[in-house]
Design a protein around this ligand. Structure first.
Ligand code: TYD
Ligand code: MG
Length: 453
């Protein structure tokens, strides 16, 4: 009989432990350890993958790059986020909240690919009728191969028989393999299924698109390990109730990370938004205190986003809540505001939100967040034609950020009239129609705000 060993694997970070505990010792999440039986008798290669061609030894210099023949998804914005299209044999993981549009986007993409290469859509969640209804709604007439199947070995067998160029797995959490006897969606099932599929894709040069669900915290449910296995990870952002969706590449072996593309969900699926720069602004007629616009530049495109702050008398322990921005950074910003500008918020609740459900990870948001907090606390309305950006250091200095000229010209194009920016980013020439206020220290920016708004 095969010898078995028991381990406890964390659903959040994937680390394994010898003993069960209420809290994962690595990522400190509670109640995430799951019992996993490891069979010592498993051979190095699963049965289903045995008859695939084995790898051969080659000279690196003699290998031709495949990056040149990228497969277009028919959606130029998605291609751009992928770094120019899908690379042969690559594995892409697409994550996002339920109902945000993952299945819709992928169906649209493979419909375009199907015109030139065979594609196979594997659904473990929806029936053939449901997927077909969606295809009709999207106006897709292509003959895409479909199977409603969750058994991994069967899927690989069908793939070997039909030899598709692109395989879609919707979703990886519903797949089960004979290699593992834990429940579907558990860490080991997901990991083993993804590993076998990835191996199949690499050995047969097939493109694999895996859809994955995310947890409440925004991470891919359980298997963060998946992110290490695949070539690219795309995440959907945005309010499921809203119209716009952002797709962000958080990892990409074949292109820039943090590259984003914007889509609008409509009657006929997701439509590309090729000039998204100002769609995330709330465009209020009468601006109110606590709101300010910044220009972010993540990857290769500048984007105007509106940051809102609400500072209000605390009732009990003051709350610090940040949606779309780093929560820890907020504590830091409040400490800097107190120490270097004398603005105390220890008896106030502070809420920060990025309009439109976007996530901003840049530190260039510091200055805007802090100005929005001051605006709300002092009830000073920031004129809607103002923008700001800049990183704020622990000593209260405003530090320069990358690509400031590009950010300024984007804001100018959108009709913004005043820009508060780091002193180190002062433009060499004046910008037409725009007053540029430079601040070396945080208090200077705040002073300008209090005196001029
Ligand atoms: P779906 O792709 O099923 O989401 P996911 O796979 O991420 O769970 O998208 C579901 C939502 O999109 C659903 O609320 C209906 C909406 N939708 C449209 O608004 N227009 C469309 O053309 C389609 C196909 C879906
Ligand atoms: Mg779906």
């Amino acid at each position: 009989m095969a010898k078995t060993k028991i381990e406890f694997v964390c659903r959040e970070c994937g680390s394994s432990h010898h003993q069960w505990a209420g809290q994962c010792l690595d990522c400190k999440e509670w109640n995430t350890l799951e019992e996993v039986v490891i069979s010592q008798a498993t051979s190095s290669k699963p049965e289903s993958l045995k008859d695939l061609p084995s790898s051969k030894v080659q000279n690196l210099s003699e290998i031709k790059s495949q990056n040149s023949n990228r497969l277009s998804t028919g959606l130029s914005e998605l291609d751009r986020t992928l770094g120019g299209g899908l690379v042969d044999g690559s594995v892409v993981l697409i994550g996002g909240d339920p109902g945000i549009g993952k299945s819709t986007l992928i169906l649209q993409a493979i419909a375009a690919i199907n015109a030139s290469s065979t594609t196979l859509y594997v659904s473990g969640e929806e029936s053939a009728e449901q997927v077909s209804d969606r295809a009709i709604r999207l106006g897709i007439k292509e003959d895409i191969l479909f199977i409603g199947e969750t058994h991994l070995e069967k899927i690989i067998k069908i793939s070997k028989d039909t030899r598709p160029k692109v395989i879609v797995i919707d979703s990886i959490q519903t797949m089960v393999t004979d290699l593992s006897n834990s429940a579907p969606g558990s860490v080991t099932q997901v990991r083993d299924c993804a590993a076998q599929l990835t191996q199949y894709a690499k050995q047969t040069n097939t493109i694999l698109l895996m859809i994955g669900h995310v947890t409440k915290g925004g991470a891919l449910a359980g298997p963060r390990i998946l992110e290490h296995m695949v070539d690219a990870v795309l995440y959907f952002e945005g309010d499921a109730g809203g119209r716009y969706r952002i797709i962000r590449a958080v990892k990409n072996r074949f292109g820039a990370v943090n590259e984003i593309s914007v889509f609008a969900m409509g009657e006929k699926g997701l439509q590309q938004v090729s000039n998204p720069s100002s769609i995330f602004l709330s465009n209020q007629e009468n601006p109110s205190s606590g709101s300010m616009v910044m220009v972010t530049r993540e990857a290769t495109r500048p984007l105007l986003v509106e940051i809102q702050a609400l500072v209000d008398q605390a009732n009990g322990t003051p709350k610090r809540v940040s949606v779309g921005l780093d929560q820890n950074r907020l504590s830091l910003q409040l400490a800097i505001l107190h120490k270097h500008s004398g603005i105390a918020t220890f008896d106030q609740d502070v809420f920060i939100n990025v309009v439109g459900g976007i996530k901003v990870s840049e530190t260039a948001s510091d200055l805007v967040v802090m100005l929005a907090i001051v605006s709300s606390l002092r009830d000073k309305v920031i004129p809607s034609k103002w923008i700001a950006f800049g990183e704020v250091g622990l000593t209260g200095e405003v530090r320069p950020v990358y690509n400031s000229m590009e950010r300024l010209s984007e804001a100018q194009k959108q009709g913004f009239e005043v820009a508060i920016i780091p002193k180190g980013n002062a433009p060499k020439k004046p910008i037409k129609g725009m007053k540029v206020v430079t601040a070396g220290y945080l208090y200077q920016a705040i002073q300008y705000l209090l005196e001029n708004s």
